[in-house]
Design a protein around this ligand. Structure first.
Ligand code: EPZ
Length: 436
């Protein structure tokens, strides 16, 4: 087996321009959503990452036609006109978390769906009870089958709009409730919905195709079921619609932290500064300068010469709070602060596996009951570390960029699931990183 690694020579400040790709967590929901359309569509700004490749493999396996139209803009033609299957292959479902969106999309399309319980990053317990609750409230029956009882089977004679009150704020369950109800009979109301930009993006895409979804981005979403999703030019239209996926706020945030940690000076382009507010606020609190260039859809991140970075506490929360997906990267920056910072993780119970790896590099971090204390004034030294999950891998890269000497990162497939051309993008701003 070939094992690929990233090798980084630390100590070079990032300087220059980075362009952010489309959001992973939008693309992996919008692609399954095409199953609900009655016409083909074109979508651009789809990131070139492994989770998207798996999504496309599942779609093609179901009978969809997918053609790359423009590599540079990530533009694809997608048609699900010939899809008759509703079974997601076991291996593919297990490879990524977002395979659960095929449950909602297939249920909405053909009132039947079958997929294994989703895989994804090992972040502790990752139940899908709220997804199943939403499907059941809409009228579906769900059963678990297979020798490991890990295959979800859904079927419904009819899906009928209802009120779905989520017990926890869940991105995936909110998206799945939208997918399953967009063509249901009557009106569905999702209470205690998640508000992440990718939820708004999915709703915008579906509305663009003729859905009637109101309130995405707030905690109450109202979905009036429609019979057809044939585009806003009217039923039966054959017009070639193009939708653009929203920029990836976590990719942008990762580069913002990398710029700050290396005391660099970077313009990060193709972003929506509003989506970055929690990250921007935290960086400013630490002493990093962040300029929001709204007209240019960019942020400018730098650290003034001689500026001391300050400790700052972090509590992860659903959007618009500080994102859990930025917690490991921010922890690396906090190792450079002038004092200790407390991180409280409120979303995932096992999001601190990266701490063991950072300690190998000399970071001083204590694990607490639901968080960590990051002691500042650390001097990181390069060594071999593991990318335990996607964002842990991003944190290891940032650690490698600031460490003295050479850092080797293993299990980089985790990183490549969610970051498009990270080596190319970082190298373009002066980082010494290569994939071997
Ligand atoms: C999404 O996961 C993202 N993944 C994750 O990104 C991200 O960390 C997470 O949202 C939180 O922002 C995708 O969008 C594909 P949740 P998701 O349902 O939807 C509990 C990354 O690095 N919960 O919002 O699976 C759950 O245990 C990844 O890009 C239930 O109890 O997360 C957690 O504590 C990793 N029952 C909380 O809700 C349910 O049925 C939030 O989870 C569902 C969730």
């Amino acid at each position: 087996m070939i094992t690929e690694k990233f090798v980084i020579q630390g100590g070079y400040p990032l300087k220059g321009d980075i362009f952010v790709s489309g959001a992973k967590n939008s693309a992996v929901a919008i692609l399954p959503a095409v199953l609900l359309l009655d016409v083909p569509c074109t979508i651009e700004n789809i990131p070139d990452i492994n989770d998207v490749k798996i999504c496309m493999k599942i779609l093609k396996g179901l009978g969809a036609e997918i053609r790359l139209l423009n590599q540079k803009t990530g533009k694809y033609f997608v048609s699900c006109g010939r899809v008759t299957d509703y079974y997601v292959p076991y291996e593919e479902a297990k490879t990524m978390r977002a395979s659960y969106y095929f449950l909602g999309a297939l249920l909405g399309r053909c009132h039947k769906a079958r997929a294994a319980m989703p895989g994804g990053c090992p972040l502790g317990e990752r139940p899908i009870d709220q997804h199943l609750k939403a499907f059941e409230l809409l009228g579906a029956k769900s059963t678990l089958s297979g020798s490991r009882r890990d295959i979800v089977e859904l079927s419904a004679e009819i899906l009928t709009g209802t009120v779905i009150t989520m017990d926890v704020v869940s991105v995936g369950a909110t998206m799945n409730a939208i997918l399953a109800s967009v063509k249901a009979k009557g009106t569905t109301i999702i209470e205690n919905a998640a508000k992440e930009p990718h939820i708004v993006d999915l709703a915008n895409f579906l509305n663009y195709m003729g859905a009637q979804i109101q309130g995405a981005g707030t905690d109450t979403i109202k979905i009036k079921g429609v019979r057809r999703l044939a585009g806003n030019a009217g039923e039966g239209s054959t017009v070639d619609y193009c939708y653009s996926v929203v920029p990836d706020q976590i990719e942008a945030g990762t580069f913002m932290v990398a710029a700050a940690a290396t005391r660099g000076d970077v313009f990060i382009h193709g972003v929506i500064p509003k989506h970055l507010e929690a990250i921007t606020a935290k960086l400013r609190d630490i002493g990093v300068t962040v300029e929001e260039l709204n007209d240019e859809e960019a942020v400018h991140v730098f650290v003034e010469p001689g500026k001391v970075l300050h400790a700052s506490n972090i509590r992860t929360e659903p959007y618009p709070g500080f994102p859990t997906d930025m917690q490991p990267q921010m922890a690396v920056l906090l190792t450079l602060a002038d004092d200790a910072s407390v991180i409280t993780e409120n979303i995932w119970e096992d999001r601190f596996r990266y701490v063991k790896e950072l300690r190998k590099m000399g970071a001083k971090i204590d694990i607490t009951q639901n968080g960590a204390i990051v002691h500042g004034n650390s001097h990181l030294t390069g060594t071999e570390v593991n990318a335990c999950d996607l964002r842990a891998g991003a944190a290891m890269i940032i650690a490698g960029l600031i460490a003295e000497g050479e850092t080797t990162i293993t299990d980089i497939f985790h990183v490549e699931r969610g970051y498009s051309d990270i080596v190319g993008k970082l190298s373009g701003t002066g980082a010494k990183i290569k994939k071997i």
